[in-house]
Design a protein around this ligand. Sequence first.
Ligand SMILES: NC(=O)c1ccc[n+]([C@@H]2O[C@H](COP(=O)([O-])OP(=O)(O)OC[C@H]3O[C@@H](n4cnc5c(N)ncnc54)[C@H](O)[C@@H]3O)[C@@H](O)[C@H]2O)c1
Length: 365
Amino acid sequence: MKVRAAVAGLRMGRNHVAALAKQANVDVVALCDLDPQLAGDQADEVVRIAGEGSVRPKAYTDYSEMLERERPDVVAIATPNRFHAAMTIEAAKGGAKAICCEKPIAVDLAEAREMVAACAQAGVRLIVNHQRRLGGDFEWIRDAVARGAIGDLYLIRATCAGDMLSDGTHLIDSSLFVAGDVDWKWAFASYHRADYETAAAAGSDAKSGGGFDKLGGWRFGHPVEDGMFAVIELTNGVRVEFLTGDLRLPGRPYHDVELIGTSGSLRRSGDKDNENLFQRSADGSWEPVPVALEPSVDKIARSYEKLLKLLADDLPDSEHPLGTPHAMRGFELLMGVYESARTRRVVTRPVEQLRYPLAVELGLE
Ligand SMILES: NC(=O)c1ccc[n+]([C@@H]2O[C@H](COP(=O)([O-])OP(=O)(O)OC[C@H]3O[C@@H](n4cnc5c(N)ncnc54)[C@H](O)[C@@H]3O)[C@@H](O)[C@H]2O)c1
């Protein structure tokens, strides 16, 4: 019998729809979005990708109704961040076997821990979509660092547009990944945010916003900062520096990660595999790294392939590159960074602040 999959939230979620529709042993049985037009359009996409005769997914605007009627085995959640926790827990309790939740896993540590606990209790595999781990440039960089191609890695300098919670989460995940997935020792950070009209914006779906254009200090149903810097020390001694939002390094693309080692530097400058990989030459300029990577690997499809294999082999999500151990290590660091910015102090593990520190600072918690 084929695995039954459902997707909720169909903007970023369309990438999950396409990735699931490509899997030979999956029927995408249901799609859900508050906008019914999106579900209809994506149902057409599923039939186009999976081929004539494939199951046409049913369209829903109500997530609970979709779960109850369809009982999907795999649920993809690509709704705004503030819905991730409740929707994941509902799917776990409703009989799903595997859940792929978009990043960030949640908006605060309390929610994230509840999600992981609910999934563990129900025997559900939970993965969080930091898809850059699944092949391409970052995999090549991780392997290059591990074989000593730049000597001893001692500094990662990562910069991106947007806010730390939704965009910086990729920087954190990629930095931990290339540095060998070790723990972090301490974080020190600072942020700034204009004095927006928070009361009117609080909780409004209209403030969810895709892309990284902030809508008056709000995005995905929660407040965000305008700019942040952070310094982190990992347990292997590697330092990581982040500059995000309006503090992004001038002239850098959406995402830019630089690795500085004792005998060389590598840089991934942009978001397209095989086109954005550079090394520092002897004269100090950046030159392309002459390696041939798969430029068009669908990382989300690869992630689902691995998730389906876990289901088939009855293995836990810790066996998946995007499973809860990596997701929670990165998310605790992310929350530690915000907590340091809120308290103006160095934060160490374990992070004790269970609420979203920026919301706490704004008096919203
Ligand atoms: N992994 C990545 O590279 C990546 C890239 C972009 C976005 N994301 C993540 O994906 C999520 C969605 O981002 P987006 O840019 O598509 O946001 P968006 O606000 O543009 O779209 C969200 C969609 O979810 C729908 N929605 C909202 N509440 C819903 C509900 N209760 N039930 C069903 N549908 C609902 C909305 O109608 C909308 O179509 C966010 O968590 C974001 O961080 C991840």
